[in-house]
Structures are given as C-alpha cells and as structure tokens.
Design a protein around this ligand. Structure first.
Ligand code: DGI
Ligand code: FE
Ligand code: FE
Ligand code: FE
Length: 185
C-alpha cells in the first residue's frame, strides 16, 4: 500500500510534513535501537490519520466498530485520534500487526510498559524536524543516546504542560512515565 499517497490526499500540508518527519525520524530510531524499520514506517505514516476527523464523526466510528474506550479518552478530542487511528489502520487498511497497532494507539499518551516500537513512535512524534518547543533539541540529542531517558524528559515536559493548562492527565500518561522511572537504571 502506498501510504505516502494516502496521507498526501487526506492530511493538510502541515500535518503531511509533520507525518513525513515522524516517518524519517522513526526509521532512524528503529535503525539505532534494532526495531523493524518497515513497521516503524507504517505506524508513523498512519499515526495521525484520524486527526482531521471531527469529534462527532470520531465517536460514530468508535461506536460502529464497537471499540470500548475509557471515559477519559472519549471525552478528549486530543486523545481520541490515537485509538481511532488504530481502528482505521486495522479495519480500513487491514493492518493486523499488533506492534504497529499498539504504536498508533498509544502514540499520544504512551502506556505502562511500552513496547520498543511504541516508544519509538511516541518519541519520533515529538522530535521530528518540524517540532520546535523549548527543550526539543535536548530531547533530539538524548533520543539517540538513551531512549528511556529521552522518554522521561518528554513525559515530564508533557505533564508540566498539561498541569499549566489545568488539563486532565490521562492515567496512561502517568503510568507510562512511572513505569519507565521505576525500571530505569
Ligand atoms: O497529534 P500530534 O499533534 O502530532 O501529537 P500528539 O498526538 O502526541 O498529542 C496531541 C496532544 O495531546 C498534545 O497537545 C498533548 C496532549 N496530551 C498528551 N497526553 C495527554 C494530553 N492531553 C491530555 N488532556 N491528557 C493527557 O494525558
Ligand atoms: Fe497525534
Ligand atoms: Fe505525541
Ligand atoms: Fe503526530
């Protein structure tokens, strides 16, 4: 399947360039850490596929496929596009590989005990070349030295950002961070 063509036709220019950045960065990280580069590429291409969908369309699709999601995810448009992307990858593009599906599903929050490919997509999403938040260069550098440390710094940033905005912190977000910290040496 030509995922490049597919996303070129469905995502706006900015999100298309972001996605291409995630693909390239994910392949580099996969190369560095010994993950499957083909799987990294597919997960990266599709990770934000559901992003342009409106909230009501998103809820309808979730209902249609009978996917059970927790309340915290269902009430948050920002979070919903990740599990919805997984659903579309599975049912529209016929992807059955669990590593790819997990990486798409958890690319926004992370989760407890993340598989390698899921860590790679999570991080590639944050550090791809068009991202420019404060501290991103430090994380870019760390990402190729110590994957878990780069994840801890990223998750700390995200949690501080959410606290500053008075946003709800999804349980997967803090569980992802706690797990890495407890198992990091
Ligand atoms: O889709 P992208 O813009 O490429 O990036 P993303 O899917 O990583 O993140 C989308 C947004 O989700 C981002 O602004 C941060 C936010 N987010 C991440 N974790 C949580 C969260 N928002 C809430 N409310 N709670 C979380 O735990
Ligand atoms: Fe996303
Ligand atoms: Fe992300
Ligand atoms: Fe993204």
């Amino acid at each position: 399947m030509n995922y490049d063509e597919i996303i070129k036709n469905t995502l706006d220019e900015k999100r298309y360039l972001h996605t291409k950045g995630v693909v390239n960065t994910a392949i580099q990280l996969a190369d560095k850490y010994g993950a499957d580069k083909e799987k990294a590429s597919i997960a990266a291409y599709l990770h934000d596929y559901a992003k342009p969908l409106k909230y009501d369309e998103s809820l309808m699709l979730i209902d249609k496929f009978g996917i059970i999601l927790d309340e915290e995810t269902l009430e948050n448009k920002e979070l919903l596009h990740a599990p919805l992307g997984m659903i579309i990858a599975k049912y529209e593009f016929g992807i059955s590989d669990e590593e790819i599906l997990d990486a798409i599903r958890y690319h926004t929050t992370g989760k407890e005990n993340m598989p390698l490919l899921t860590k790679i997509i999570y991080l590639a999403d944050l550090i791809e070349p068009s991202r420019n938040f404060d501290g991103v260069d430090k994380i870019r550098e760390l990402a190729f030295k110590d994957l878990d440390q780069a994840l801890i710094v990223s998750m700390n940033n995200t949690i501080v950002y959410l606290i500053q905005k008075n946003s709800v912190i999804h349980s997967d977000t803090y569980k992802a961070r706690n797990y890495i910290i407890r198992n990091w040496n």
